[in-house]
Write a protein that binds this ligand. Structure first.
Ligand SMILES: [Zn+2]
Length: 222
């Protein structure tokens, strides 16, 4: 059962096409697997339709609302262009099955890259949004991530496994958002490795100089 969902204002931004590609990619990955958020999106779309009908005529594209519906139906972020590429390229094999296939259309992944004991990451390139800062993380069972705060916001969709960061336990299907006010230290449960999809709009701030040096050395962050 999913316990953690994106806030309504994020779903509204996705529904109205006002969310950038990186955020939209992670929120869309959540919505694809969450019936609760799918219903919320439909509610927002219905409200949006009533507002449009009640409004004074404005000069908008005749099929603007239909385009939004198609984007939501496709589960894709508004700013991410849909290409004809049939299969994702370069992704770790287990992640291809964990992510919605239509979300990955046109995307390019990378093989797992070592960033520390029991920790690997793989950057994702979204079509026409090369700097979207979306990536996959794979953490071994029982592994503790370095304690860190955030220079900006971080969206995380848990694809498999689970972790607890002291605020809550997050399981597969859950969504988490952190911001500069949150300092945490995720600990993966012993039940299995944890794979997450994440977006960062600013580098993490590791408290330990060792973690900072390792992050730079491995290319995990600049
Ligand atoms: Zn949800």
């Amino acid at each position: 059962m999913i316990h953690h969902h994106p806030a309504d204002h994020h779903l509204l931004a996705l529904a109205s096409g006002q969310m950038d590609s990186g955020r939209g990619f992670v929120v869309s990955a959540h919505v694809e697997t969450c019936r609760v958020c799918q219903r919320r999106l439909q509610e927002f779309l219905a409200v949006g339709g009533e507002v449009l009908q009640a409004s004074e005529p404005v000069n908008v594209s005749a099929d603007a609302f239909a385009q939004t519906l198609r984007r939501i139906d496709a589960g894709l972020p508004a700013a991410a262009a849909i290409t004809a590429t049939p299969t994702p390229v370069g992704f770790p094999r287990e992640c291809v099955t964990l992510l919605p296939s239509r979300l990955l259309q046109g995307c390019t992944g990378q093989p797992w890259r070592w960033i520390g004991p029991g920790m690997r990451y793989s950057a994702i390139e979204i079509p026409h949004a090369a700097q979207s800062n979306v990536f996959l993380l794979k953490i071994a069972p029982g592994r503790t991530m370095p304690r860190h705060s955030h220079g900006g916001c971080e969206f995380t969709q848990i694809l498999s496994g689970s972790f607890n960061d002291g605020r809550a336990r997050f399981d597969a299907g859950d969504f988490d958002e952190t911001d500069p006010h949150v300092t945490h230290q995720p600990v993966v449960t012993d039940e299995g490795e944890c794979i997450c999809l994440a977006y960062l709009d600013a580098p993490l701030r590791f408290e330990s100089w060792v973690a900072r040096a390792a992050a730079r050395w491995t290319g995990f962050q600049n």
